[in-house]
Design a protein. Structure first.
Ligand SMILES: Nc1ncnc2c1ncn2[C@@H]1O[C@H](COP(=O)(O)OP(=O)(O)OP(=O)(O)O)[C@@H](O)[C@H]1O
Ligand SMILES: [Mg+2]
Length: 263
């Protein structure tokens, strides 16, 4: 398959919860190697979109196509999606009763059938990549939020996913640990990982995204390059949203280094 082919496509996706139209006709494509950031107000449907992509929730109408296969609620799809899509949640969702190392090896050993020694080798390399090799033997409760989230990223990467989904990965973190998680995500992006990232970190979206989609009321109201969206939004609702977040075209999110200085 060509690198420019979409890996994940949403076509006229609708999803309703009771009277709430959570997704109201979403069309969006993510190409291989691309970082797409989804931004938009609370309740606009961003998490619902990721959950539908990941087969955690079922559409009412429309289509989601991942690696050429329509995502349905069949066992085969769920297996395919779980193997090929990594998901990182706001609240880490690590297994509390397993060590950091086991959290990272459990997917490869149980789902991929990898030998434990090989899985541990891969896990140690990934823990080193996220800067946590010395924490392999501890339990998640002994880690800061930022460290737990980095373990969650290593755990997802251990499955060698074709696509990583992130749902506000830093919004439950103390400000001083946000930067370390964003740095790991930037490294992944620079290495060519395909990523769909829901985030309120506008500086990250501006610097790292190839493409930004703005959500409002279950729809993509605007999309384009970071420059187009952040510097030249065409839709008034996008400009309102950005200015509500305090975005005036300059860096608003402290870097890891500057946060350390103030704390
Ligand atoms: N399981 C559910 N049952 C009922 N309503 C739901 C459910 N999940 C989401 N909704 C509703 O669907 C809409 C979209 O929710 P969603 O969580 O996707 O928004 P979001 O953009 O991720 O918001 P946030 O930025 O606060 O995380 C909201 O009105 C929400 O209340
Ligand atoms: Mg959400």
């Amino acid at each position: 398959m060509n690198k420019a082919d979409p890996i994940l496509t949403f076509e006229a996706v609708h999803k309703r919860y009771g009277s709430v139209m959570a997704l109201d006709g979403v069309n969006l494509s993510i190409r291989r190697g691309e970082v797409v950031c989804l931004i938009g107000p609370s309740g606009s449907g961003k998490s619902t979109l990721l959950r539908c992509a990941n087969a955690l929730d079922v559409l009412d109408s429309g289509r989601i196509v991942f690696e050429g296969n329509e995502v349905r609620s069949s066992e085969a799809t769920v297996r395919h999606v779980r193997r090929r899509m990594g998901m990182v949640f706001q609240n880490f969702e690590l297994f509390p009763h397993l060590t950091v190392l086991r959290n990272v090896t459990i997917g490869p050993t149980t789902v991929l059938g990898m030998r434990r020694a090989a899985a541990e080798g891969r896990a140690m390399a990934l823990l080193s990549k996220v800067g946590l090799s010395e924490k392999a033997a501890v339990y998640p409760s002994a880690l800061s939020g930022g460290q737990q989230q980095r373990v969650a990223i290593a755990r997802a990467l251990a499955m060698e996913p074709a696509l990583m989904l992130f749902d506000e990965p830093t919004s439950a973190l103390d400000p001083e640990t946000i930067g370390e998680v964003l740095s790991v995500m930037k490294v992944l992006a620079d290495e060519g990982m395909t990523m769909l990232v829901v985030t309120h970190e506008m500086d990250f979206a501006r610097r790292v995204a190839d493409h930004v989609a703005v959500f409002d009321k279950g729809r993509v109201i605007e999309e384009g390059s970071p420059k187009e969206v952040f510097e030249n939004a065409m839709v008034p609702r996008t400009r309102d949203f950005l200015s509500h977040l305090g975005w005036h075209g300059e860096t608003t999110i402290p870097t890891a280094a500057s946060t350390r200085e103030v704390s």
